[in-house]
Structure formats: C-alpha cells, structure tokens
Design a protein around this ligand. Structure first.
Ligand SMILES: NC(=O)c1ccc[n+]([C@@H]2O[C@H](COP(=O)([O-])OP(=O)(O)OC[C@H]3O[C@@H](n4cnc5c(N)ncnc54)[C@H](OP(=O)(O)O)[C@@H]3O)[C@@H](O)[C@H]2O)c1
Length: 326
C-alpha cells in the first residue's frame, strides 16, 4: 500500500478512556505504561502472558469482550537477539503472527477505536538506503538471520493498513530502531547487543579480566533509542498520527560499535583493553532510520546515549538478582 494515501490529523486520545498495553511487563510495554501514567491516563490495563496467553484465540476474544478497551498498544511479542532469531525462526514467525492476528481481530470485534502496532527496523531490506526511509519497505531482500520475525511484523503492518482500508479505523504502526533501557533482556542467549555489552564489561570489571573481546571489527554503525523516548513517541503518535504508513522512531544518529563499546566501558567502570575478534561476522555495515516523518509530526528524542546507558546500567545493577535468563 503506498505511503501518501489518506493521512489525516488526529485528535488526542481521551485520558479517561481505557487503554490496554499488551506486553505491559516487557521492556517497551512497561515504559509505555509509565509514560501513560505520567501523561494522566486513568484507566490503564494489562495482563501477563500467564494470565492471558495471546496465542490463545478464544481467550483473547473473551478478554476483549469483557474488558472493552478503547485503545490498544500492541507491545506483546516474542523478541530476541540474533542467536534466538536464527535458531528458532519457526517460533518467531508463528508466535508473533498468532499474537498480533488474535489481538487485532479481537480488538476489531470489540470496537477498539485506536490501536498502535509496534514492529521493528528489521522489516526493512538488508540493503535499504541509509538513513532508511519508511517507503523502502518491501523494496528488497531481508536480512536472513531475522527474516521470519520481520515477515511477521510486515504482516502486522498490512493488517493495520487493511483495517484502515476496510473499516476506516485510525489504527497505526510504529517501527522503532534498536531500543535499550530499564527492563531490557540481559541474558546471554536472548539479549540484543547493548545489554550484552553492558553485562560483558561489568563482568570483566568484577572478574578483573585484562581484556574484553567483542565480535567483528567494531566498525559497523548502529542507532540506539532509550525505551522511555520510544514510549513518549508511541503516545505522541496515538495523539497526532492517523495514516496508513508505518512511522520510524529513532534518534537519527548512529555510532560505531567500537564507540558504543567505549561508552559502555566508561559507564561500567571497566579500565582494561577492548579487543576485536575480526574473524567473526560484522553484520550489516550501517542501520540508521530516517526519522524525518516523526520529526515533522512534532516529536524529538530527548535522552542521549551516554545518559541513557548510565541509567540503564544503574537499573541493571539494582536488578541483577531478578533478570530474565532467556
Ligand atoms: N527491544 C528492542 O530493541 C525492540 C526494538 C524494536 C522494536 N521492538 C518491539 O517492541 C515490542 C516489545 O518488545 P520488548 O523489547 O518490550 O520485548 P520484551 O521485553 O521481551 O516483552 C515482550 C512482552 O510480550 C509479552 N508476551 C510474549 N508472548 C506473549 C503471549 N503469548 N501472550 C501474552 N503476552 C506475551 C511478554 O509478557 P510476559 O512478560 O507477561 O510474559 C512480554 O512482557 C515488540 O513488538 C518488538 O518488536 C523492540
């Protein structure tokens, strides 16, 4: 579906209306919950996956029929880093499709007025132009290590666009860049690069290791957005955006992995050497989102990487005993 169609301005959503945050215990969902509270929302609801497994279609419909939210933020998903994605593509495809199809079908039946679907920048082609504009969606091949996850997310965008086209509802999608912050996954098997680096450098400091060795050359460039900025962006889009095209959410700035590793060493207090295992793959050389669309909609990120890393590390240290292990 092309980008330019049917963009309208939207009225802010009602602070007294019931809003369901699917995945409210996750890194993004919990940040969205905090942002809703900060912004005066009075009726925020959530269910853990053990209370309501969103893969269960009947249970999901039943819950929507009885709870009747007016708004939904869909931040429940099976999420993981490169190892998890490349070893369990069946689960990443199937569980994400089930969760999002069930939630959107049930939300449609229950008359949800506005829904925000959250995807990820991995939906864009591996060789998309940098920074990546929204209209590069479906213009080339995906990165094979997370193509199953990406295809599920692309299907979600199409479901939102189809609901808009067929039922005229102002549902929307947002595509965040790499996120980090409180509630992140620091486990050795499930984590993304930033929490993995924080953990590795912290362990090296505590063990007195003379060096830390990271994969690759350290030259690829990556963009990271603090999850509290993502949560504010989500609310901003719910308030102001009504269009079919997914909206990129990032900082518009990237740094090399080596620069990021040196921030991590500083924040964790590690004073040893950083080595690079250049025999290991680097991944794509650059991944930066073009955020001109969300900027034009009046949103800017506010948390710098150094500041965000310091507060995330403080959170990590306070929660070491309670971290997830997969
Ligand atoms: N992390 C990133 O860097 C990043 C980047 C871009 C986009 N995103 C997107 O943001 C969204 C949330 O990611 P996240 O990082 O917050 O992930 P997360 O921390 O792993 O949280 C995912 C949440 O989904 C819930 N969930 C998973 N399976 C479920 C099921 N079958 N039924 C009900 N709930 C289920 C979990 O609930 P319980 O805790 O109750 O089990 C969990 O709270 C995803 O759509 C992801 O694509 C994340």
């Amino acid at each position: 579906m092309s980008a330019e169609m049917n963009e309208r301005s939207s009225a802010p959503i009602d602070r007294s209306g019931r809003i369901y945050v699917a995945g409210h215990r996750g890194m993004v969902g919990s940040a969205v919950w905090r942002a809703l509270e900060r912004n005066g929302f009075e009726d925020i609801v959530g269910r853990t996956s053990s209370e309501l497994d969103l893969r269960d279609r009947d249970a999901t419909f039943e819950w929507f029929r009885s709870s009747r939210p007016r708004y939904v933020v869909l931040a429940a998903a099976k999420v993981g880093g490169i190892v998890a994605n490349s070893t369990a593509p069946v689960q990443f495809l199937s569980e994400n499709l089930q969760i999002q199809v069930n939630v959107m079908d049930a939300a449609l039946e229950a008359g949800v007025e506005k829904l925000l679907f959250l995807g990820s920048s991995c939906i864009y082609p591996k060789f998309a132009p940098q920074p990546i504009p929204e209209d590069s969606l479906l213009t080339g091949h995906l990165e094979p290590t997370n193509d199953a996850y990406a295809i599920a997310k692309i299907a979600g965008i199409l479901q939102v666009q189809s609901v808009r086209r067929q039922y005229g509802l102002p549902w929307i999608s947002a595509m965040p860049t790499n996120l980090y912050g409180p509630g992140d996954n620091f486990s050795p098997t499930g984590s993304h690069v930033l929490p993995a680096l924080l953990r590795r450098y912290d362990e090296a400091r505590r063990n007195g290791s003379p060096f830390v060795e990271n994969w690759g050359t350290g030259t690829p460039r990556r963009e990271f957005l603090h999850v509290d900025d993502m949560a504010e962006a989500s609310l901003h889009l719910l308030d102001v955006y009504d269009g079919p095209q997914q909206v990129n959410v990032g900082t518009g700035v990237d740094e090399t992995i080596a620069e990021i590793a040196s921030h991590v060493a500083e924040v964790t207090g590690y004073e040893g050497e950083t080595r690079w295992d250049t025999g290991k793959p680097d991944g794509t050389p650059q991944k930066l989102l073009d955020i001109s669309k969300i900027r034009a909609l009046g949103w800017e990120p506010s948390i710098g990487l150094r500041e965000g890393l310091a507060s995330t590390f403080a959170w990590y240290r306070d929660h070491v005993g309670e971290l997830r292990n997969a």
